[in-house]
Design a protein around this ligand. Structure first.
Ligand code: NAD
Length: 367
């Protein structure tokens, strides 16, 4: 049986202790001297199907930081696919290094060979610092990849679909809080204007929201300010900024003791994975501060719906958008359940996901 809580461990602990805590099936360390590849693939749970989740490339300060990131992210993927109703399990990969400096064709193809060696237990796609071109390179070495370019028969970059799910999830949260799902005139801060953030801004612009943006890279900000009517907020001022909705679309862990005590908003709804540094503590802190949280793994599920449908075959964009739109209803149900049961929205969403995994796991045991 999969559990919904994590034991709190203090200090540095071994990989096996982490794996035991997060309940992974398999963790694979990949190293290649020639290309300089250092990657970790984490297969969290395959009860519903092959472990699927994007590859993130990041210049992690330590190997332990990379390991914890991939373990947390892959666990989140298990719940994400389960609540989206997909027959897909949870996995994720990280490549350690600065994408702007070391990413190239050979590195990506060597990584593809490692994925292939798992025989389909892990299927990759895009995450932070990954492009459809990278998926094309991986595809040269393995078929266990999705999010490949449309001209090669794939479904392309999943982020527009992810952003659509975040947008409808945000609307649902707004309905819960204000009684209306109209985002016109709402002050919304999008933190991280990469693939998901920029696509989200496009939807919010069409709806007439008042949009604020923040990013750590000047070139990303320039791109978005030249394309949309948005105002830039310095990174250091994000959490003190007066807004209605905070939309984290960069990295995880931005909802923590420090940020939550400062936040001036009534809703958090964004695309970033693992926004709550501590699921229980920070989920409850948000409730105490009167802030409604749309669970990240629920509302950013559009991307996995997209790449999952590509991988499973018979890809149809209309079907994918329809499944993604359903996030609106699920989000409203989760927020209602959270209120009725006196639990956090994160706990309410996880309960739905875990119940499905356990129910389907039970069926599988019968033959
Ligand atoms: P991306 O690399 O295209 O964009 C991330 C952006 O965040 C970049 O512009 C980066 O400069 C910025 N950033 C990084 N640290 C920051 C900080 N401290 N403050 C402000 N900005 C910062 O990645 P993406 O594909 O847009 O993914 C964004 C988030 O959404 C990630 O957490 C990812 O795991 C999650 N996500 C993405 C998808 C998808 O379809 N791409 C699906 C589900 C979840």
């Amino acid at each position: 049986m999969i559990s919904d809580t994590l034991d709190k461990k203090v200090g540095s602990i071994s990989v096996f202790e982490h794996v035991a805590e997060y309940e992974h099936e398999q963790v694979v360390y990949c190293y290649d001297k020639t290309t300089g590849l250092k990657a970790i693939i984490a297969v969290h749970n395959t009860v519903l199907g092959p472990a699927m989740g994007g590859t993130r490339m990041w210049d992690y300060a330590t190997e332990e930081e990379a390991a914890i990131d991939v373990l947390r992210l892959s666990r989140g993927m298990t719940f994400k696919s389960a609540i989206a109703g997909l027959n897909i399990g949870g996995g994720k990969a990280v490549i350690i290094g600065d994408a702007r400096k070391i990413k190239n064709e050979a590195l990506m193809r060597r990584f593809g060979k490692f994925i292939d060696s798992l025989g389909g237990r892990y299927v990759t796609a895009e995450d932070v610092n990954m492009t459809t071109q990278d998926m094309e390179y991986i595809r040269m070495e393995t078929s266990h990849v999705a999010g490949i370019p449309e001209n090669l028969g794939g479904s392309g970059d999943p982020s527009p679909v992810t952003a659509y799910g975040v947008y409808v999830g945000m609307k649902a949260a707004n309905k819960k809080v204000t009684g209306s799902d109209d985002l016109k005139g709402r002050r919304i801060l999008v933190q991280g204007v990469g693939n998901v953030g920029t696509n989200l801004i496009s939807y919010l612009t069409k709806e007439g929201a008042e949009i604020f943006v923040s990013d750590i890279f000047e070139d990303k900000l320039e791109k978005v300010t030249s394309a949309y009517k948005v105002s830039v907020v310095p990174s250091s001022e994000v959490f003190e900024f007066d807004m209605d909705i905070y939309a984290p679309c960069a990295l995880g862990g931005t909802l923590n003791d420090d940020s939550i005590s400062k936040l001036k908003c009534s809703i958090v709804a964004g695309g970033a994975n693992n926004q709550l540094l501590d699921e229980v503590r920070h989920g409850n802190m948000l409730i105490d501060r009167g802030i409604t949280y749309a669970p990240d793994f629920l509302i950013n599920g559009g991307g996995i719906i997209n790449v999952g449908c590509e991988y499973l075959g018979n890809y149809n964009r209309e079907v994918v958008m329809g499944k993604t739109e359903h996030i609106y209803n699920t989000c409203l149900s989760v927020l209602d359940k959270s209120e009725e049961d006196g639990i956090t929205p994160q706990e309410a969403a996880m309960k739905i996901a875990i119940d499905r995994i356990n129910a389907i796991g039970g069926i599988k045991l019968s033959f």
